[in-house]
Write a protein that binds this ligand. Structure first.
Ligand SMILES: *Cc1c(COP(=O)(O)O)cnc(C)c1O
Length: 397
């Protein structure tokens, strides 16, 4: 389709890239003309094991033969197994499954409100989040999001959300400790511009939450499941959240979301308090099990860390020489380049050169490769970007 054409039967919610992807394998995708692209978008960080990973494909195919859906009115063995895997490999004790990141955050907010009512009283309803955060597009998750532009035109918004500056100790003083049920934060802000939490600050935040009986909830929808070089990003900060939300990388591209909680917080959900028809169905949970098992057995988060460090080092060296790149940020294979120019222009040039990359806001170029990307593929991606920036500098007036 041409760049300006809009496919009329679809609501126009996305400014789509003029590219139709019809096949993917590993770190590559192909368009309908057969052109091959090195994919550093991985379905916005969902296809973390690369496209069509064998282990997940085989597991889902065999589940397809048995049962697709039965609802949460019944026991679902795959759901119980995935919950155990997540609990055994995190701080968590219990898990609730849903279908997306926004839904996971909605559930976390409900859990926090219910928990606070029980332990602090009816007045403790406030959810504190941070400027530039992103938590999803549903009413609650959108209201939690610390970016005004996503909320324009959608008022009235739900009450009980407030935002304070990220990575700022001073701002903690602004939290009304009596009224606050929970703090929700991304350990590394993703959509907002790839901004890692300051380690000292996040520990201070944890201590603050403990002291005032406020739940510490990490939105690991983007950072979770190996993306930042550990199974979950909170591990690298040496903090223990009370609640964590997951989605993007959990199903290798299969829709699934999860709320992981410690037993104290989790106990606030009883029968009838929360639910979902599709969430935690056998197919999604089978994809999740295969994804987590492959990650752990193959040491993929560690490999992502090593590869991310290598790429970051190369990009940092480039940033020193290139005027258009001012900073390189991120953890593991969640990387961002702060640019002097519009990131969308670089995305277009990269695509013309067979490389797919993302933006995170206007001036940040975001790289979310599959965690299985080889060092050679990663080097190639860096060299495509280098060529683009060097060419631009050479022709700049
Ligand atoms: C993508 C994202 C979400 C929303 O996830 P959806 O599956 O699109 O609802 C929430 N939080 C963070 C940190 C995200 O990156």
């Amino acid at each position: 389709m041409s760049e300006t054409a809009v496919f009329q039967p679809l609501m126009n919610t996305y400014k789509r890239i003029p590219l139709t992807i019809t096949r993917g394998r590993g770190s590559y995708v192909w368009d309908e003309t057969g052109r091959k692209y090195l994919d550093l978008t991985s379905g916005i960080g969902t296809c973390s094991l690369g496209h069509v990973p064998d282990r997940v494909k085989t597991a889902v195919a065999s589940q397809l033969e048995e049962l697709w859906h039965c609802s949460n009115l019944f026991h679902i063995p795959a759901q119980e197994k995935l919950a155990s895997l997540l609990a055994e490999n995190s701080f968590g004790d219990q898990v609730f499954f849903c279908n997306s990141g926004a839904e996971a955050n909605e559930a976390a907010v409900k859990l926090a409100r219910k928990h606070a009512r029980e332990v602090k009283g009816a007045g403790a309803t406030e959810i504190v989040t941070f400027t530039r955060s992103f938590h999803g597009r549903t009413m609650g998750a959108m209201t939690a999001t610390g970016q005004d532009h996503v909320k324009e035109g959608f008022s009235p918004l739900p009450e009980g959300f407030s935002h304070i500056p990220f990575n700022c100790s001073e701002s903690l003083k602004g939290i009304d400790v009596e009224k606050t049920a929970a703090v929700l934060l991304e350990p590394v802000q993703g959509e907002g511009g790839v901004i890692p939490s300051d380690p000292a600050w996040i520990r201070e935040l944890e201590e603050f939450c403990r002291k005032h009986n406020i739940l510490l909830m990490t939105d690991e929808v983007q950072t979770g499941v190996g993306r930042t070089g550990s199974l979950f990003a909170y591990e690298q900060y040496g903090i223990t959240p009370d609640v964590m939300t997951l989605a993007k990388g959990l199903g290798s591209g299969f829709p699934i979301g999860a709320v992981v909680a410690g037993s104290k917080a989790a106990a606030s959900f009883g029968p009838g308090t929360h639910g979902t028809t599709f969430g935690g169905n056998p197919l999604a949970c089978t994809a999740g099990i295969a994804t987590i098992e492959e990650m752990i057995e193959k040491g993929i988060p560690e490999k992502a860390m090593a590869c991310g460090n290598r790429v970051k080092e190369k990009l940092n060296r480039l940033a020193e020489e290139l005027t258009e790149v001012t900073e390189v940020r991120g953890k593991g294979l969640l990387l961002g380049l702060e640019l002097e120019v519009e990131a969308a222009d670089i995305v277009t040039e990269a695509r013309e050169n067979g490389l797919l990359v993302l933006t995170a806001g206007k001036n940040v170029l975001r790289l979310l490769p599959p965690l299985t990307i080889s060092p050679e593929e990663a080097d190639r991606a860096v060299s495509v970007l280098e060529d683009i920036f060097r060419r631009r500098e050479a022709t700049a007036v």
